[in-house]
Design a protein around this ligand. Structure first.
Ligand code: NAD
Length: 444
């Protein structure tokens, strides 16, 4: 099929590359010249494991190309995806200006009938609005074209995005016009050969809400476990034991039960907010979600305050911080807990040497010049002269440090493990003071 994907970020690019890899002809469009230049030069502008190889293969086989020119890309297209950002607006609601701008452009530039698929995460009713925008543009130029709008939210996770797209748990699609169903089935067939029932077709509003419901549920699990971890610290229980015990219940399941320094990323914080705004507008109060968000903000500070509590005064302390991306496997630092922790440390007079295998550049860009914050070339470089090591993101290279070497490099032997990665006995054997989240070790 001939497919256009508008927006070549974490979602659009992965979508385009994966669709090309199963044989579709895909043109990825972005209005950022720099991004398109990089992509044409064979370089993904983001870090996502496996993406560059797949991009190269499909570009070479001429199934994948990149442009800033939407008009020419749309010629002959059967499907156009809208996969641009929907960042948080000032009042917390999703800012739809980019989605609507693309819808307007598509309506103005389409030259044949096609399916317009909204892949961005958008509040209930957005596909209706997109349809209105597209129809108005067609009307302006007295065009008889038929552009059908469908909802198709994306569930990939940064860090495992390719695998998630290639082998989805399910594909959600929302349609009002049954004519949208066949092209959707045709396009996604290669990804669900094992079980065509994975393509779940429903009405557009339900499809839009499914995405927010899923993210809000996952955020709720994390906040709940974080609060339970705080209780564990008070009553002498171990959150890892509690997690394993709870997760063994098939009704609960094992995933998304890990305590840590709070959730971040480009999705959970903004999607929880946007869902609350949608509910507010309709006069529905989502009490649980209000608390999920409060608990998450508190958790980020709870982690940072552990460091202050240990030292009493942070003035003059030098902290090595491992992990800036909001999770391992990505260079995305949007809403990363590391930001709150670094801010807190620097504000209280500490200096920070930070390291991240992929995220340092984005972190430096987003934080701007921050006095007291420097970036280390390697994880061990960051440890030189440090009064404490703080693990914030559990990249695999941080999972088994050489504690001997760490002890030699550091000024004092203190470890804050906010991802519960290390074994107390190992760290303690090396003479480190060790604190983590929700395990009895934390009381040491
Ligand atoms: P992103 O910021 O990485 O990418 C968006 C891209 O759209 C950018 O490259 C930007 O230049 C481009 N763009 C903006 N306006 C444009 C226009 N008028 N024409 C062409 N290109 C334009 O965003 P993302 O992380 O890929 O997220 C996209 C959407 O997918 C959001 O709604 C997000 O909530 C949702 N989503 C994201 C993830 C994730 O893990 N990142 C997962 C699922 C869903």
């Amino acid at each position: 099929m001939q497919i256009v994907v508008v927006g070549s970020g974490y979602v659009g690019l992965v979508t385009g590359v994966c669709l090309a890899d199963v044989g579709h002809h895909v043109i990825c469009v972005d209005n950022n010249d720099e991004k398109i230049k990089k992509l044409r030069g064979g370089k993904p502008p983001i870090f996502e494991p496996g993406l560059d190889g797949l991009m190269q293969r499909n570009t070479e086989h001429e199934r994948l190309s990149f442009t800033t020119d939407l008009g020419s890309a749309l010629k002959g297209a059967e499907v156009v995806f809208i996969a641009v950002g929907t960042p948080q607006g000032e009042d917390g609601s999703a800012d739809l200006q980019y989605v609507k701008a693309v819808a307007k452009d598509v309506g103005a530039k389409a030259q044949n009938d096609m399916l317009v698929i909204v892949k961005s995460t958008v509040p209930v009713g957005t596909c209706d609005a997109v349809e209105q925008v597209v129809t108005a543009e067609l009307k302006k130029r007295s065009s008889p074209l038929k552009l059908i709008v469908a909802s198709n939210p994306e569930f990939l996770k940064e860090g495992t995005a390719i695998e998630d797209f290639m082998r989805p748990d399910r594909i959600i699609a929302g349609v009002e016009d049954p004519a949208a169903e066949e092209p959707l089935r045709e396009m996604y067939r290669p990804f669900i050969i094992d079980d065509p029932g994975k393509l779940m077709i429903m009405d557009r509003h339900s499809s839009e809400l499914t995405k927010y419901g899923a993210n809000a549920m996952l955020a709720t699990r994390i906040s709940f476990m974080n609060e339970l971890a705080r209780l564990c610290e008070k009553v002498g229980a171990d959150i890892d034991n509690v997690r394993r015990g709870m997760g063994a219940d098939a009704r609960i399941g094992k995933k998304f039960l890990y305590a840590g320094p709070g959730y971040g990323g480009s999705c959970f914080p903004k999607d929880v907010q946007a869902l609350m705004r949608t509910a507010e507008e309709r006069g529905v109060e989502l009490k649980v979600l209000n608390s999920v968000e409060d608990a998450n903000k508190a958790q980020k500070l709870f982690a940072a305050e552990k460091i202050k509590r240990h030292f009493g005064d942070l003035k003059g302390k030098h902290v090595a911080l491992w992990g800036l991306a909001f999770k391992p496997g990505t260079d995305d630092v949007r809403e990363a807990p590391a930001k709150t922790i670094v801010d807190f440390l620097v504000k209280h007079g500490a200096t920070v040497a930070a390291h991240d295998p992929e995220g340092a550049k984005n972190f430096a860009f987003e934080m701007g010049e921050l006095k007291g914050l420097t970036y280390a070339k390697s994880a061990y470089d960051a440890l030189k002269g440090a009064d404490a090591l703080v693990l914030v993101t559990e990249w695999s290279e941080y999972r088994r440090p050489n504690w001997d070497k760490a002890a030699q490099l550091m000024r004092s032997k203190v470890v804050f493990d906010f991802r519960n990665q290390y074994q107390y006995s190992h760290v303690k054997a090396e003479g480190f003071h060790y604190e983590c989240i929700g395990r009895p070790d934390a009381r040491s």
